[in-house]
Design a protein around this ligand. Structure first.
Ligand code: FE
Length: 218
């Protein structure tokens, strides 16, 4: 058998989000995902590496999200979820994300899919999870999906570079969404525009105070 022939199969790239413990999450980059049924009970399969913590967490909790990566994703996102283990680090702390019904989804995802495991089958290196798709939503941004071959050809080097820089500086390069709080009424702005500085004509939508009153939450 010539294994290089198998490299010509095509895949996308996705980030799994799965519950680890209260308020903390595991996740990894996966490629072997395929929708296997539509209709009223849409289903997909995910093949997940047995060595990964993500695999054990999916087995423990029976539920996960998939964030579909855009072709223009920051290479650090792939490195963050692909080059280190959630046993050692909180990967989700390094990237902007939002929680949906208790599971994380990347802010940069062009779509998110929530899955519930129905059945699984063990192979030598991987577990095949057969899942019901319980929710699917388009993301905040739209772009073409990143394909595994694009990553291999165009992004692998920059992902390695981004990861090296992260290890040196200890700082993730992906901008976190700044939040702003109104100390007068407690309103928190957590909107789509990641304001570093609020606009001059900013006013609290609840109590009306101006931008100078707002406090930045780092
Ligand atoms: Fe206010």
């Amino acid at each position: 058998m010539d294994n290089t022939a198998l490299w010509k199969l095509s895949y996308g790239l996705y980030v799994v989000g799965v519950k680890k413990e209260e308020g903390r999450f595991g996740g990894s980059v996966v490629d072997a995902v395929a929708q296997v049924s539509t209709g009223t009970q849409p289903a997909l399969i995910l093949s997940s590496m047995k060595n990964n913590l993500t695999n054990a967490l999916i087995k423990n909790t029976g539920e996960f999200t998939l964030s579909v990566l855009p072709v223009n994703v920051d290479p650090f996102v792939v490195a963050n979820f692909g080059f280190q283990s959630a046993r050692d680090v909180d990967k989700w702390a390094n990237v902007p994300y939002s929680l949906t019904d208790g599971l994380p989804v990347l802010d940069c995802a062009i779509a998110s899919i929530r899955c519930k495991v129905l059945e699984s089958k063990e192979f030598e290196t991987h577990t095949l999870f057969i899942c019901e798709i319980t929710d699917a939503q388009n993301g905040k941004t739209d772009a073409k999906p990143l394909l595994y071959a694009d990553y291999q050809l165009n992004m692998k080097a920059s992902a390695s570079e981004a990861f090296k820089k992260f290890k040196e500086t200890g700082k993730p390069p992906v901008e976190k969404k700044a939040q702003w709080r109104c100390p007068m009424c407690g309103y928190v702005y957590d909107g789509d525009i990641p304001f570093e500085e609020l606009p001059d004509d900013w006013a609290c939508p609840l109590c009306g105070v101006g931008k100078d009153t707002f406090e930045k939450i780092e």
